[in-house]
Design a protein around this ligand. Sequence first.
Ligand code: SAM
Length: 289
Amino acid sequence: METVPDFLQKIKQQYLQQVSPNHFQWVTSDNEWSILVEPFAQAYLCEFLRPSIYTKLLLKSYFRLLDKYNQDHAEPVETLFYIYIESLSSREIPPVQYTLCDYSVRVYESQNVLLREGTTGARTWEAGMALAELLYHNPINPGTRVVELGAGTGLVSILCSKMGASVLATDGDNNVCQGIKRNAHLNGCDIPVQRLLWGVDPPVYADLVLASDVTYEGDLRCLATTMNDLITVNPCCKILLAATLRRQETIDNFLRLLPNFHVRVLTNKKYAKLLYYDSPPVVFYEIFR
Ligand SMILES: C[S@@+](CC[C@H](N)C(=O)[O-])C[C@H]1O[C@@H](n2cnc3c(N)ncnc32)[C@H](O)[C@@H]1O
């Protein structure tokens, strides 16, 4: 059996992560492109492509590229056509799979940014993916009690649970909490999920608080109150905040709401990027007393 070239494995991971066809990177060189049109490479694609709305969009863009770059105008293998045809009538929306080497997390999510009464928790955000990567490279000590705030789809909580941490996933939106339970179940993880509306619901005990892309709204006093309360419950607690820097001013204003805490910016070690996303830079802050 031929070894699968790296770029084909990356295509598989992007496919499973449902990277948008506009951002999907099929190849990075002409040489890879000449491999991608080979029947063995197309047969490899057929091994994991499943009929779905997403597959339809992706194969459409693949056929367009094939037409453009394939000098010999060879037809794609038949099975690819069948998968495409089945995808045309498919209503299937499979879970998105995030692959971090030996760990993979599958979550149902929606690409619509605002769903269900305005919550943003129905999709995984870039800061969530960046935090998952950071935690993959810096595993949490077993036994650490982790609480995630604004957990959204639950990617980070589920990954931590798979890595052996004891996690409580929280979010302020009841529907989002239901979604996290469903996603945890999908991954065979038994994670407690609890509504924790910032500034309203009582704090819980945590050794480590995780939060990604939660500092995007105008008034963040409720979030600051909750962080303050969490550190009051356990003064040794550390908060790891992943913030997408859309506007530096927003994050600066937020940090000003925590005058009694130390804030350390984690220097961005250059890790191999394992997940696929483009974003403004994500900065990690460690907040502690
Ligand atoms: C932009 S999403 C980020 C989700 C996830 N952390 C990620 O990075 O993909 C913000 C999350 O915070 C939650 N959230 C927003 N305001 C909240 C509040 N006042 N209390 C608790 N959760 C809140 C939303 O429901 C949503 O799940």
